[in-house]
Design a protein around this ligand. Structure first.
Ligand SMILES: *Cc1c(COP(=O)(O)O)cnc(C)c1O
Length: 388
């Protein structure tokens, strides 16, 4: 009976993930081609002309597409395009990857390097800001480019700065700095490296005795789930403990293919977290955020951070007031599983790092008692034990 149910649900899953979206016809793709990451990358849309085959662009989008590539290249995988409603100009997925003319504006609050990473760069590509962990920028390429990218200065090769990783210098620094116990691989998207290259990097990092934890920040399970193969999963599994933070902003990004890719990673024993960015017109409501965190948990991904959109040049149209993020957390905390609630953070400009922003549940602190507010707004008193 149980075995029968398993077989039944396996078959259902296979059917679902091997299904070809209607959009595949545009390229004449076979099922096998569609599910091949290299095919997806070769057929990614990088211009107005490419995109026009899939969506009808608005005049605003068409004009932005003429110029936006100088700031940050345009690239969207057929997979991500297949998740959009081609007739909806304000589709939340479309808004993340198709440039708008506002992207070409520059406002006084905006910066090229909003998180101040350059000042904490200890070797080309190695950022050491926090006491015990570092950020390693492994590549400048992504499967698709997000228009609000915090590293637009160097990602995609179109911005003002050239990405550079001096791997030998980074390794030397890491070997010497015994306080570093956690290395976060990011970029660009580290999962765009070949299995061989990724394995070589992880192997060398694993040889450093004081490095306990490896982490990868990636949007591949969302933008290019076809890249998550059994070979990749077993490679990552061999370097445990290795955590992955994905980047997903809207529940519609988690279709059958992303769910399958995330399931494969979870089955390989890789703990999964999500980092999302709070974006105007994409996910700036408690309803969308609730649906997102619930869908993430279904996919075995724990919501980790919700980021205030960094003041990167050309991203004003995406930015919400920080208060909106705090209000979203208030609408989640207590109303749903604690595992579903991310930490809302602002990465403070000037290199301040991540600052948590929380609803305030302490109403008053008095001698002998603390007045607390619960998630529904009820006031409760906690008797404070006198301290010796
Ligand atoms: C975000 C970040 C990290 C990792 O921070 P966690 O809070 O541990 O996830 C490390 N280094 C830099 C420079 C970062 O921006």
């Amino acid at each position: 009976m149980y075995g029968g149910l398993c077989r039944e649900s396996n078959r259902r899953m296979q059917n679902e993930s091997t299904k070809l979206p209607p959009l595949a016809k545009i390229w004449g793709a076979t099922t096998e081609q569609w599910h091949d990451a290299a095919w997806q990358m070769r057929h990614a849309c990088c211009s107005a002309e490419d995109l026009e085959r899939v969506l009808s662009l608005t005049p605003r989008e068409r004009s932005a597409l003429q110029q936006a590539g100088c700031r940050l290249a345009v690239r969207v995988t057929p997979h991500f395009l297949s998740l959009m409603d081609p007739l909806d100009e304000s589709d939340p997925l479309r808004r993340q990857v198709i440039p708008q003319p506002e992207e070409l504006e520059r406002h006084p609050e905006e910066l090229t390097d909003p998180c101040g990473e350059q000042r904490d760069e200890k070797a080309p590509g190695l950022v050491h800001r926090y006491p015990d962990r570092v950020l390693l920028l492994c590549t400048d390429r992504c499967a698709s480019y997000c228009r609000y990218c915090t590293r637009a200065r160097m990602v995609s090769g179109s911005g003002d700065d050239q990405w550079r990783l001096d791997w030998e210098a980074a390794l030397r620094y890491l070997r010497e700095h015994t306080e570093v116990r956690d290395v976060l691989l990011s970029g660009g998207d580290p999962l765009l490296l070949t299995d061989e290259k990724l394995n070589a990097m992880l192997t060398e990092l694993r040889r450093i005795p004081h490095i306990e934890l490896l982490r990868i920040g990636t949007r591949v399970p969302i933008m290019l789930p076809q890249r998550v193969t059994p070979a990749l999963c077993s490679l990552l599994h061999r370097h445990a403990p290795l955590f992955i933070s994905i980047h997903c902003n809207h529940p519609r990004e988690l279709g059958a293919d992303a769910e399958r890719a995330l399931g494969m990673l979870a089955d390989s024993g890789i703990p999964l977290g999500n980092q999302s960015v709070l974006l105007r017109g994409v996910n700036d409501s408690a309803e969308v955020q609730r649906a997102l965190v619930h869908r993430l948990l279904q996919c075995r991904v724990r919501p980790y951070y919700l980021y205030q959109c960094d003041p990167v040049i050309g991203t004003r149209h995406f930015r919400t007031h920080p208060r909106e993020g705090i209000d979203i957390i208030s609408a989640l905390r207590g109303f749903t599983s604690g595992y579903a609630v991310p930490q809302f953070v602002i990465d403070a400009p000037g290199g301040g790092g991540k600052v948590p922003l929380n609803p305030d549940y302490v109403v008053a602190e008095e001698p002998g008692r603390l007045l607390l507010r619960n998630f529904r707004g009820g006031i409760y008193e906690y008797p404070v034990t006198p301290q010796a």
